[in-house]
Design a protein around this ligand. Structure first.
Ligand code: SF4
Ligand code: SF4
Length: 197
């Protein structure tokens, strides 16, 4: 599969995932706390480059790829996500500057369930949700005992492996994952003789 086909395959995977997440939200009432960016600021986020191919391709198409690489170099800390804006002014909203193109790990924060050793399904809720939406969480876990709702993280990582088995195995600190994805897209487009619009 070539690089652009991988971009499209990851985008299709995200469409399925978003549908599952929407189902989970609707049935349980679980929703991220407004303006919360806690999960984006955790220092140990590990991700694959593959899951950021759609973001990298978008940055390339909009002519922002080189600036983004410079930003990553300036941050000089691969544990910090370069897509995160800490500022909240009239012009810039605090949070993910690449929200529609965020990675698999970003989409799955809180919105996935796992199964314990007794086969009981539980929502992998973050601490913020556990504290702020205790009632909704109880309802979610009750419903999950009865039937699967929403995404199971392991299923989506398996589907990522179907797109590119090797790339889906390689985990990097998030800054490196995004940088490697951008470099892969740039290299591919230069090789094909395409120029950023
Ligand atoms: S998943 Fe949790 S920590 Fe992350 S934005 Fe939502 S509420 Fe905040
Ligand atoms: S890509 Fe966006 S959602 Fe993911 S960690 Fe970075 S800022 Fe957060």
């Amino acid at each position: 599969m070539n690089v652009i086909s991988k971009v499209r395959a990851v985008e299709r995977l995200y469409k399925v995932l978003e549908k599952d997440i929407q189902e989970l939200r609707t049935q349980t009432g679980i929703n991220c706390v407004e303006n919360c960016i806690k999960c984006c600021t955790t220092s140990h986020i590990m991700a694959t480059a593959l899951e950021f191919y759609p973001m990298a391709y978008h940055l390339y198409q909009t002519g922002e790829a080189d600036n983004f690489l410079e930003k990553i170099a300036q941050i000089n800390n691969s544990g910090i996500c370069p897509a995160l804006s800490y500022f909240n002014t009239e012009n810039t909203r605090q949070g993910c500057t690449q929200y529609p193109y965020r990675g698999l790990i970003c989409r799955l924060f809180t919105y996935n369930y796992s199964t314990d050793k007794y086969g009981v399904r539980k929502l992998a809720a973050c601490k913020t949700i556990r504290l702020a939406q205790a009632e909704e969480l109880e309802k979610a876990n009750h419903l999950l005992k009865l039937k699967p709702i929403g995404p199971r993280a392991t299923d989506f990582y398996s589907r990522l492996q179907v797109i590119d088995f090797n790339e889906a195995q390689r985990l990097y600190p998030i800054g490196d994952a995004i940088r490697i994805a951008i470099e892969a897209i740039i290299t591919n487009q230069h090789y094909r003789g395409n120029r950023a619009m």
